[in-house]
Design a protein around this ligand. Structure first.
Ligand code: SAM
Length: 249
């Protein structure tokens, strides 16, 4: 079928590519890559020789028009990013939007995604969560964003880069509080995969004390805001209720 296929690639361990992903990447006429050189290595590892074209944040809108013209000519296209699921903190949104508006099929394949992989192994509530992508690089923006999320009851998921991890953990302690339960997942699916958990204050201290924890690719997850389950009733109210209970039939 003429379609745009959205194809996830591994986030570390090459064995995490799916059989279907390899099949699709072999069969399409064109693969739109975030970085053709980076993806070239992955594709040649799997012996895929399909033609490549670049689609990154800076040319996505122009490229989207051209890809629609390829689809109009009956060419099938796959979109991949450097790692994981395209569109998840990666390019692809404008392309998918444009391709759908032009009336073409978009066929997404399921596959590796750091946020979901991290959450599923974190031990934090997974029934409701909010994926927040990368925190702002500047402190003011970061603190504002975290403050707005402070009372959100859902598990919060953030992507982080190694050179900003200390800054982000510091902002989390300052806004959500040092006693907020958090989990830091690092180097998922790779040799040095690590989960650090504890209060925000404890995790910050562990990361500060160990430069190895400041390396690689990182997902930070924060327990959602907990509301006081126990209502604090005043003694006057409790005494009155006790008397009422005794008097009522
Ligand atoms: N599209 C990707 C996905 O589906 O997860 C995410 C791309 S985003 C540009 C890169 C960020 O994802 C990293 O900075 C890190 O926060 C997270 N990430 C990617 N691979 C990871 C891994 N193996 N372990 C932990 N985090 C990872």
């Amino acid at each position: 079928t003429t379609a745009l296929y959205i194809v996830p690639t591994p986030i570390g361990n090459l064995d995490d590519i799916s059989t279907r992903a390899i099949e699709v990447l072999n069969q399409v006429n064109l693969i739109a890559c975030e970085d053709t050189r980076h993806s070239g290595k992955l594709l040649s590892h799997f012996g895929i020789e399909t033609r490549k074209t670049a689609l990154h944040d800076h040319n996505e809108r122009d490229r989207a028009n051209w890809i629609v013209s390829q689809l109009n000519e009956g060419q099938s296209v796959a979109l991949i990013s450097d790692a994981g699921t395209p569109l998840i903190s990666d390019p692809g949104y404008h392309l998918v939007n444009h391709v759908r508006a032009a009336g073409h099929r978009v066929i997404p394949l399921p596959g590796a995604c750091a946020a979901i992989t991290a959450l599923s192994g974190s031990g934090l509530p997974s029934d409701r969560f909010s994926f927040e992508g990368f925190l702002p690089a500047k402190e003011k923006g970061r603190v504002d964003k975290l403050t707005a999320l402070k009372e959100d009851p859902r598990t919060l998921i953030f992507y982080e880069s190694p050179h900003r991890i200390i800054h982000s953990l510091t902002s989390i302690v300052a806004t959500l509080g040092g006693d907020r339960e958090i989990v830091m997942a690092r180097e998922l699916t790779k040799t040095f995969e690590t989960f650090l958990s504890g209060t925000a204050e404890q995790v910050l201290q562990k990361v500060e004390a160990d430069p190895n924890q400041q390396r690689g690719e990182i997902v930070i997850m924060c327990h959602g805001f907990r509301t006081e389950a126990t209502l604090e009733l005043s003694t006057v109210v409790i005494n009155t209720l006790t008397i009422l209970c005794q008097e009522l039939p």
